[in-house]
Design a protein around this ligand. Structure first.
Ligand code: PRP
Ligand code: ZN
Ligand code: MG
Length: 223
């Protein structure tokens, strides 16, 4: 890969994190030439550019060195850390960002009398987070089948392809609409700044330190 002298930050192209992430970066003094459909936004002041991608691709882009930092849900970062082997271990959460709060939870059909995780033994659980769910099941000694789906996980129980689900819950509206009830919280999530374990040894490292300083200032003012 060609060496870069500009910093590159990956963030969600369109979704719940997009607007608050752009607002946070602008509070940090970063402005971009408006070309959001172009997926690459050139930074005007500082030498910092944006890459607009699918959120699930962000950890991999950082691990490969295509991007230096990413704004992504803790759930997406955590899943990658658990499932991507050495590449996953090379990433870390640098700062919680205080927006995009949600939980990764288990939910079961409303009529089910759920009171303990042991009831999940022998059940099939649909999820887009097989790594995080698998780890939670292991630590509780529960043997359940994990059905991995890319999306629309909430429909699986009604289709008979799973007995329970493990998905993100924010307002709870999706669960109610699908007659499901939240029973266990596996992870409290929010948007985080993700990056490599160690700073790049060139000017990008200095730039990241400057950004972190500004970010901490902005976050402190908010609290
Ligand atoms: C998430 C999640 C749930 C929903 C929960 O999906 O997968 O489906 O939001 O939010 P609620 O509790 O407020 O109803 P999202 O709409 O972000 O899309 P995605 O699953 O395609 O990423
Ligand atoms: Zn997603
Ligand atoms: Mg969804």
């Amino acid at each position: 890969m060609k060496p870069r002298d500009r910093l590159r930050i990956a963030m969600q192209k369109s979704g719940r994190l997009t607007e608050p992430a752009l607002e946070l970066l602008s509070r940090c003094g970063l402005t971009f030439r408006q070309s959001r459909d172009k997926l690459f936004c050139f930074g005007e002041g500082e030498p910092v550019d944006l890459l607009l991608v699918r959120d699930d691709d962000i950890p991999g882009l950082i691990a490969q060195g295509v991007c230096d930092l990413g704004i992504v849900g803790r759930n997406v970062l955590g899943e990658y850390q658990l499932t991507a082997g050495r590449e996953g271990a090379a990433l870390s959460e640098w700062r919680p960002l205080g927006f995009g709060r949600c939980r990764l939870s288990i939910a079961v059909p409303q009529e089910l009398d759920y009171h303990d995780a042991v009831q999940l033994n022998g059940q099939r659980i649909a999820t887009s987070y097989p790594g995080l769910l698998g780890e939670w099941l292991r630590t509780r000694g529960v043997q359940a089948g994990v059905v991995t789906l890319a999306g629309s996980v909430e429909i699986a129980p009604r289709l008979g392809t799973a007995d329970a689900i493990c998905d993100l819950v924010q307002s709870g509206g999706t669960l109610v609409a699908n007659q499901l009830r939240e029973t266990e919280v596996l992870l409290e999530s929010e948007a985080v700044l993700a990056g490599p374990q160690t700073l790049p040894a060139d000017e990008r490292g200095d730039l990241i330190e400057l950004l972190l300083k500004r970010l901490d200032g902005v976050i402190q003012v908010r609290e």
